[in-house]
Design a protein around this ligand. Structure first.
Ligand code: AHG
Ligand code: MN
Ligand code: MN
Length: 335
């Protein structure tokens, strides 16, 4: 069968044996994410039709307004993973604390924990711009059959077993890695099946797109200001093009296909930037590295950062390898 006619279901089965741990548990887990993605996709697509857009009137643990679809997506992913009893713990950007699953059940031999940003770019929902879901999977470090602890979630990104995102865009795609490259699957909404449309995705080594919220320019560190000016300079293949959707998943997806860098630096207003290490940066960093790209906080590889808290934020520079390295050079040399 041609690679391109392959469905996600077939791909998961075929690749099961190449996983490091082959109990089938990880395959079942990715299947559940696939199912939840379809359910959330259905709801996101109706956003303009039903009274589901707008704020839910609640704020999450980080003091941000929760959108109704944030709440919906959070519930659907947690429900799907919980009901099917395939993980031992879940941490979500929308939950104050991690969730322990079936800790009373001695037969619960589940090894994996999942961390999710159920709806990324949620401020874009009301204006019909692409949003996404980001997920990250680790093997627990505490013994199976016991309740999960914080330690199971505070693992370095380099320990990830799998990571990916769903992009609810002009078409809906699921893009993921299990540490053996990155593959993208596009949903055929008529029959509800994901097909392998983007096998072995790679960031071009160089790119011509820079993505950053330049409204924060005056608050950025000098190295970031210098790099932005470098991007805008008339020289060689520059100036680069500026593209910023305000939805990490969408900005990352475009940059991976076309070549580019995404930056959410620290600023004089936010000393660690805005993005969350565990729910956003680490999974994107794993995907980036698996696709020949790079991800760092400007100095240190993202996946080497030892997390200290669930909702920790870090500065994030991610994308085409040569572009990230150039930005790091400006960070190092900044006066
Ligand atoms: P979320 O919707 O999950 O809170 O994430 C939004 C994030 C990210 O997706 C996006 O790139 C960034 O916030 C945009 O922030 P600014 O509006 O500050 O540029
Ligand atoms: Mn997000
Ligand atoms: Mn979110």
């Amino acid at each position: 069968m041609s690679q391109k006619n392959k469905t996600l279901g077939e791909f998961i089965i075929e690749n099961q044996t190449s996983f490091k741990y082959t109990s089938g548990e990880l395959s079942r887990l990715i299947n559940s994410i696939r199912l939840a993605a379809k359910v959330v996709n259905h709801e996101v697509n109706k956003a303009g039709l039903v009274d589901i857009i707008g704020a839910a009137g609640d704020t999450n643990v980080q003091g941000e307004d929760q959108q109704k679809l944030d709440v919906y997506a959070n519930e659907k992913f947690i429900q799907t993973l919980t009901n099917r009893n395939i993980v031992c713990g879940i941490a979500s950007e929308e939950e104050d604390d991690f969730i322990t699953i079936n800790s009373q059940d001695e037969n619960n031999q589940n090894k994996y924990v999942v961390l999710i940003d159920p709806l990324d770019g949620s401020s874009n929902i009301d204006v019909n711009v692409s949003v996404g879901t980001i997920f990250s999977i680790y093997r627990r470090v505490t013994p199976v059959g016991t309740p999960v602890t914080l330690e199971d979630f505070l693992q370095r990104g380099s320990e990830q077993v799998a990571a990916g995102y769903v992009i609810y865009g002009t078409s809906t795609m699921l893009v993921y890695t299990t540490g053996d490259g990155v593959n993208g699957f596009t949903l055929n909404p008529a029959i509800g099946t994901f097909y392998l449309s983007h096998p072995n995705m790679k960031f071009p080594e160089d790119g011509k797109i820079y993505s950053v919220n330049e409204g924060n320019y005056i608050h950025f560190p000098q190295g970031v200001k210098d790099y932005i000016k470098y991007c805008q300079m008339e020289e060689g293949d520059r100036p680069y093009t500026s593209r910023y959707i305000g939805s990490l998943v969408s900005d990352f997806h475009r940059n991976m296909i076309k070549g580019g860098i995404y930056m959410y630096p620290k600023s004089s207003k936010n000393s660690n930037g805005k993005l969350r290490l565990l729910y956003e940066c680490n999974p994107m960093a794993f995907l980036a590295e698996q696709a020949n790209g790079k991800a760092s906080d400007g100095f240190t590889r993202t996946m080497d950062v030892q997390p200290t808290e669930l909702h920790q934020r870090v500065p994030f520079f991610c994308g085409s390898k040569n572009m990230v390295e150039k930005a790091e050079e400006f960070m190092r040399n900044a006066k």
